[in-house]
Design a protein around this ligand. Structure first.
Ligand code: PMP
Length: 375
């Protein structure tokens, strides 16, 4: 059996997908070529791309008035591409950002190069919640507290902070925030395809593939069509959503192999019963892990219970001098890549779609055993 892989990204892919890619590596469907060797404009790759888009649309119930783009540059490039495309929609070149951790802070910082950027809300301070002092970035600012400028070109949110392990699934209705005309733009990189998306709330959702959707190299952008066509003059042509959409994501050579693998992941997801089915499985996995963390005095989760991510669970050993033993023994026991991000420390278990309940149970059993031996 392969080890369980808890990497935050690039992360575990379904074994069936890897096996199919291996079987098709040198000769895709009898055409005599690897997918890597095909023209992106040929009939074989056109089929691969079209099926990937159709499957993604079906999985997420993407409305017809949204374009699905396969881009490059990762979510980091989107930190600039989003303002370059959207901030020019309004005459004031304003955009508002919710700060909830490292990734939204990076988005906010980059956006400042392109206009008047304000903070709508931030969790960057300690807060007493349920009688406990929650450290900065371990809780999510409640939507009712957000201050959105009604003339902002968009509001940006990172709905799952991969490093801090906070998740905000309850995207706000912008009308309820007094900003009905402000489009909500969401970096959903690390919980994309792990749960359903309500497109009546989000005008644009983007995600790097390398967590739940495939290998690094392709960025998925789902954008409401009326937002296109406002790119700033400085926006590179290859990053103007209108150009990318107009060319069916073939404005330049797209990351063909990454799109192919993402397409196989989409088919795998459909076989699992679709996003609603994996969402239920993800809820059960997260519930099992957090219930164990809360029941133990040996480990602790730093994140406020209501904001805990189903995908990325940071946790600490109470005795941090045991960290390197924990990691070495986990690794030897077939539990890989559990080390926490350097800015947070401790451990982090990323339990994306491709990590089944069996993997989470293996982790919990190891943690119980480690606690017995060292507690
Ligand atoms: N946003 C989030 C939520 C992320 O998790 C990451 C990567 N871990 C990024 C943005 C940056 O993505 P990339 O490195 O692909 O540019």
């Amino acid at each position: 059996m392969r080890p369980w892989n808890f990497s935050a990204g690039p992360s575990a892919l379904p074994l069936e997908v890897l096996q199919q890619a291996a079987a098709e590596m040198t000769d895709w469907h009898g055409c005599g070529m690897s997918v890597m060797e095909m023209s992106h404009r040929g009939k074989q790759f056109t089929q691969i791309r079209d099926e990937a888009e159709a499957d993604l649309r079906e999985l997420l119930a993407v409305p017809d008035n949204y374009d699905v783009l396969f881009m490059q540059g990762g979510a980091t490039a989107e930190n600039a591409i989003v303002p370059m495309n959207l901030i020019g929609r309004g005459s004031a070149a304003k955009a508002d950002y919710v700060l909830s951790g490292i990734w939204s802070n990076k988005s906010h910082k980059e956006a400042q190069r392109y206009g008047d950027i304000a903070v709508a809300a931030s969790s960057g301070a300690e807060k007493i919640l349920d009688g406990v002092a929650q450290a900065p970035w371990t809780w999510f600012p409640e939507a009712s507290s957000w201050a959105v400028r009604p003339d902002a070109s968009y509001l940006h949110l990172c709905s799952n902070e991969t490093i801090g392990g906070v998740e905000f699934p309850d995207w706000p209705d912008m009308a309820a925030l007094g900003a009905p005309d402000v489009p909500l733009v969401v970096d959903a990189s690390s919980h994309f395809l792990s749960r359903t998306i309500d497109f009546s709330k989000a005008a644009m959702v983007y995600a790097g593939a390398q967590k739940n959707a495939g290998p690094a190299g392709v960025t998925m952008v789902i954008v409401r069509r009326d937002l296109l066509g406002h790119a700033l003059p400085i926006c590179p042509s290859a990053f103007d959503y209108a150009n990318v959409a107009g060319a069916g994501s073939m404005f330049n050579t797209p990351p063909t192999y990454a799109i192919y693998i993402a397409g196989l992941v989409f088919k795998w997801l459909k076989q699992q019963g679709g996003v609603a089915a994996v969402e239920a499985a993800n809820a059960a996995k997260a519930q099992a892990l957090y219930a164990y963390l809360d029941s133990s005095d040996f480990y602790r989760s730093p994140v406020h219970a209501a904001s805990r991510s189903r995908m990325n669970a940071p946790f600490f050993l109470r005795d941090e001098s045991l960290n390197s033993d924990f990691l070495a023994q986990a690794d030897a026991g077939g539990l890989m890549q559990l080390k926490g991000h350097k800015s947070v420390g401790g451990m982090r278990a990323s339990i994306y779609n491709a990590v089944p309940m069996q993997g989470v149970q293996a982790l919990i059993s190891f943690m119980q055993d480690f606690e017995r031996r060292h507690g």
